[in-house]
Design a protein. Structure first.
Length: 132
């Protein structure tokens, strides 16, 4: 079941997969996840994704912020009813963590929209979480 959020008629869904160490080749003590994101324009105006902001937290509480233009080297334009999907990844030194963030879109009339990326969990199959 994907993580989902809808902001300003733009839907963002995220599906996460853990990559076992024997498949990612980053060495012992590194954990890697891929995430597949689908963005859908459910509104009546054309929008363009301009920037992204991520907050990444590992199991030790270390926080990293990542900002940049577009996604995977693109700044897609989404007409009403249009969608865009991409896959990226996240390495961590711990076996669990979380990501959240937002995109900034510009509508065809010049209005800027801050669109939530739903928070999602990064958990290795071996991760043991305790609830406080």
């Amino acid at each position: 079941m994907p993580y989902q959020a809808v902001t300003h008629d733009i839907a963002v869904s995220v599906e996460v997969a853990y990559i076992p160490p024997e498949q990612h080749g980053r060495g012992p003590g590194r954990h890697v996840w891929t995430y597949h994101i689908r963005i859908e324009n459910r509104g009546a105006r054309t929008v363009q994704l301009k920037t992204r902001h991520w907050t990444i937290v590992d199991a030790r509480g270390h926080v990293e912020h990542v900002d940049g233009p577009g996604v995977v080297g693109e700044t897609p334009v989404l007409a009403p009813g249009g969608s865009f999907a991409y896959t990226s990844g996240c390495p961590l030194p711990t076996d669990s963590g979380a990501m959240s963030g937002h995109y900034m879109f510009e509508r065809d009339d010049g209005v800027w929209l801050k669109v939530a990326i739903p928070a999602f969990s990064l958990d290795a199959p071996s991760a043991k979480r305790t609830l406080n």
